[in-house]
Structure formats: C-alpha cells, structure tokens
Design a binder for this molecule. Sequence first.
Ligand code: ADP
Ligand code: MG
Length: 314
Amino acid sequence: ATMPPLLSAIATAGRHGVLVKSALAMERLGEIDTAALDKTGTLTEGAPEVAAVRPATGSGLDEDALLALAAAAEHPSEHPLARAIVAAARARDLCLAPARDFAAKPGHGVTATVDGRVVTVGRPDSGLDMDTDMDTDADADTHTDTGKDTGTGKDTGTGTGADVEGGTVVRVERDGALVGTLVLADRPRADAAETAAGLTALTGTSPVLLTGDNPRAAAQVATATGITDVRASLLPEDKVTAVRELQRAGRKVLFVGDGVNDAPALAAAHSGVAMGRAGSDLALETADAVVVRDELAAIPAVVRLSRAARRLVV
Ligand code: ADP
Ligand code: MG
C-alpha cells in the first residue's frame, strides 16, 4: 500500500531530525500562520557563560564568595543558567557548600539553604526592587520594537545593575538581602536568523520572540535574528497569554520552546515544537513535535512538508 501523505511526511520529518508525534500533529504544523519563539535555549544555543560577577556594596562578599554562594544554591538545578553558574565556580576551583531544601520556580529562579542561610538566585524583577536598570512589573509584558530599544537608564552606579552588554542578569539574595548579581551571556544559534526568515516567508508575518529574560538581552537576540516583534520579562503564564491572544485574534500559532517554563505555551499553541537536545522533559512531553537533532532550521522545513502533504490529502 502507498503510505498516506501525512504518515509519509512524518517519516521524512524524521529524516530531518524532527519527531512529529501524530498525523494530527503533522497536519497542524502546516496550518500555522504565526510563529512565536522562546529565546534562551531556543533561538540561542542555551549554553550561557558567566560574563560578570558583581558583589553588592556592603555585602561583605568578594567575587569568588558570591559565585560560590550562587553555585551552591544552583547546584541541584538543571536550568542552563544554573549549569553555567556551577561551571564558572568549578573553573575558579571554588568549593561549594552543600545545599538543603532546594526548590526551583520555573521562569523565576531557585532557592536553597546554604550554610544555614536562605539563598535565592533568580530574576532581578521578581524580588525586592534593587536594580533600577531592570524593567519593573509596569512594563513586564510591553511590546518592544527592537528598533526602539534605546537602552534607557544606563548603569546607575549601584555596582550591581548594568545589563548594558545585553546579557542575562541574575540576582543573588541571602536571607532576603541582595548580595550581588551575575551577568550571563549566550549566543544566538547559527541557524536562528535563517529559521526566522524561513518562518516569515511561510507565514507572511514576522515571528514573535517571547522571553522571560530582560528587554535588552531580548533585543540583542532579536537584532541578531532579524525579529522585530519582541516581548520580554514574561513569566511562564505571560507566554501562554501571548499565545492565546494571538489565537483569539484568529491566528494559528506555532510555539517553539525548550524549558519547563515553556510547557504551558507549548500546550496552548495550535502547534507546539520543543528543542530536544537540552529541552526539559516536560517540554518534550507537552510538545506536538520535537527537534531531536539540534537544528532549528528543520522547523520551517517540516512546516513545508506538512503543507505539501496536506495538498495531497485534500
Ligand atoms: P527564557 O524565557 O528566556 O527561556 P526562563 O523563563 O527560563 O527564560 O527564565 C527567565 C528568567 O528567570 C531568567 O532570565 C533568569 O533571570 C531567571 N531564572 C530562571 N531560572 C533561573 C535559575 N535556575 N537561576 C537563575 N535565574 C533563573
Ligand atoms: Mg528557554
């Protein structure tokens, strides 16, 4: 028997390194008319490196002590930022105290007890107000045009702010008090711009970047990939809201993500695709398709496959 077109497309997608979970999932991939992409680990390689260690004035910590403290708390976490922080501490031969009562809050950060004190490492905007350089809740889900990211408020001189390099800023607290910040840098994937262009050509509209990271880190990746529609400082539920709003406006959204924090948006989207290599189990389970080989550019290719198969079916 000849294979039904959608099944045959699934087999071809497999050869492109994309695991499409069902004929329905294959069909829906071809129906999308808008793409929304996560940043960290999706448009970027997801292999960040610690670029700066900034103890807060009056914290009594030097760089090594701050990094060791953050790494101790992050040690149990699988988040790419956590792995980078632990790797940086190892590279400096720092000794990590054991962490107890570890808890991770997706899209926010981690908390653990280190040397009897509660340490949190996470988003600068989810705790007390410390970094006037960062976006506050007021513009949390504002819609930034990359062309207009004017970099308001340079380094305020707190010695802890400055995401001026466009890095990811992470805040470290001990017993509720700010003890410093870390800046991490990640690179866009080599095929991120090509993928964004491919999705633009297929949908007739620019992809939307949805990220929990700060606006400047988001803008930097957007510029590098030619994406103009950027929404930064989003919580996991804000990503779902963004997807739902597009769908309420009649769009059929393809959402691409990798993290635990992306799972709700993957589920809400018309078609959810997870990055497989470093993606979290929850993202892979929730998605309709998984990019098994680490090639983002396989996604527009599979959308094209689906459209060709649907033309044969209909
Ligand atoms: P994205 O949406 O870009 O993939 P996440 O939602 O995973 O990013 O994280 C959003 C923000 O939350 C990060 O930029 C960081 O500030 C903070 N964060 C999340 N997890 C951690 C962690 N394990 N350690 C430190 N910060 C974290
Ligand atoms: Mg991510």
